[in-house]
Design a protein around this ligand. Structure first.
Ligand SMILES: [Cu+2]
Length: 249
């Protein structure tokens, strides 16, 4: 009997270690809670911050930018597309509404450009310690896929900065800010990494029942949209009442 209990204990702790390992590897970065959705579906989604800048830091704010679809880069099966996102999505551009949620941060506001919500920021309060997670929430509409297009899915690349200490861009390092951004745009917000694995991806999938692929499309194409350098430079900073509070000037 005693041996059995000991075995159970060992088995339990082993499983626990494996679970934690798996969870950390899967959600090791700041990511969407719902990372894939069928076109047209509207729900409440969250972005989850899963760790701070280091063991002793707290995350005191976050800045989120969705590609605006105006000067964004569009890739079709990895190749640059010189048309516009409306070639693949019917109603892209104003698909999120920030939810007032003060569970993690005291203050928050949408980033609005030309009447469209292109992102949001949240911050203030004691912040999130490294061992906990924090979420920001928003109503999220997965845009419709253009019926005449061959898109089987559209991946929206969302850039995020999790701030632990307010500095200027020349003071950026992993201990003051975590950049879930592209590594190849040539902006001061670029993630320093060999692979472009920073941004959080939200994938819109085609409803093949109600919106089948045109016969000429075969299996269809995968589309990706990412923000331009100009948009990141314009929208990533946190500006309150016309005053930029991050990055520090
Ligand atoms: Cu991480």
């Amino acid at each position: 009997m005693r041996t059995l209990n000991k075995f159970k204990l060992v088995a339990f702790s082993l499983t626990a270690v494996m679970m934690i390992g798996a969870t950390q590897s899967t959600f090791a970065h700041t990511r969407f809670n719902v990372s894939s959705q069928t076109e047209g579906v509207r729900d409440i989604n969250h972005i989850i911050i899963t760790h701070s800048c280091n063991d002793s830091s707290s995350t005191i704010g976050t800045s989120v930018v969705f590609p605006d679809g105006v000067d964004s880069t569009i890739l079709v099966d990895g190749q640059a597309h010189d048309g516009q996102i409306l070639d693949y999505l019917t109603n892209y551009g104003n698909n999120i509404q920030l939810i007032l949620d003060r569970s993690a941060f005291d203050l928050m506001e949408e980033k609005i450009v030309a009447g469209n919500v292109v992102g949001y920021w949240a911050g203030g309060g004691p912040g999130m310690p490294n061992n906990l997670n924090a979420t920001t929430s928003f109503r999220h509409t997965a845009a419709g896929i253009e019926p005449t297009s061959c898109a089987s899915s559209v991946a929206v690349k969302v850039s995020i900065a999790d701030i632990c200490t307010v500095t200027g861009t020349d003071g950026f390092n992993d201990d003051v800010v975590r950049l879930w951004t592209h590594n190849d745009l040539g902006t001061p917000f670029d993630r320093v990494s060999d692979t472009d694995n920073g941004p959080a991806t939200f994938t819109i999938t085609r409803d093949l029942t109600n919106n089948p692929l045109p016969d000429s499309c075969g299996d269809g194409v995968t589309v990706e949209i990412k923000p331009s350098a100009a948009q990141i430079n314009r929208d990533m900073p946190i500006v309150i009442d016309g005053q930029q509070i991050w990055p520090a000037n």
